[in-house]
Design a protein. Structure first.
Length: 139
């Protein structure tokens, strides 16, 4: 089995309105450029408030596109809203519009990718218990 170098990143909370998050991301981009991996995976909360502000998701996408190689991402609660739970405050749960906005701007919210002989699987955990299943049968 061949070796693969994968960098995992999460909770970057990117937004044009968050210069401190941008400064942190700039360090990530520099590191990835200096030590290129086979793949970068963003594990959620790419944006500060993509659930409420499409511009934050667009900003996050533009920042991922600065990476010098391949990347994949899954959304977090800051990106599309939270999975529902009893007693959750109104307006925080993932809904069709928030979910579709991620798909339109970032692409797939679940995927599989092979890196160095490993098959990596990702799901959109925000959809759990939401009634918005994306489970498909295997080919």
């Amino acid at each position: 089995m061949a070796a693969a170098r994968v960098i995992l990143v999460s909770d970057t909370h990117l937004s044009a309105a968050a210069p401190q998050a941008q400064a942190n991301w700039d360090v990530v981009v520099s590191y990835v450029g200096a030590c290129p991996p086979d793949l970068v995976i963003h594990l959620g909360d790419l944006s500060l408030d993509g659930a409420g502000n499409a511009a934050d998701l667009g900003h996050g996408r533009a920042q991922l596109d600065r990476l010098p190689g391949a990347w994949h991402a899954v959304p977090g609660n800051h990106d599309i809203g939270d999975n529902p739970w009893p007693g959750a405050p109104a307006g925080i749960a993932v809904d069709a519009g928030r979910h579709q906005r991620w798909l339109d701007i970032l692409g797939d919210d679940h995927w599989s990718v092979t890196a160095g002989g490993w098959v990596l699987l990702a799901i959109n955990a925000q959809l759990l218990k939401s009634g918005r299943s994306t489970v498909r049968s295997c080919p």
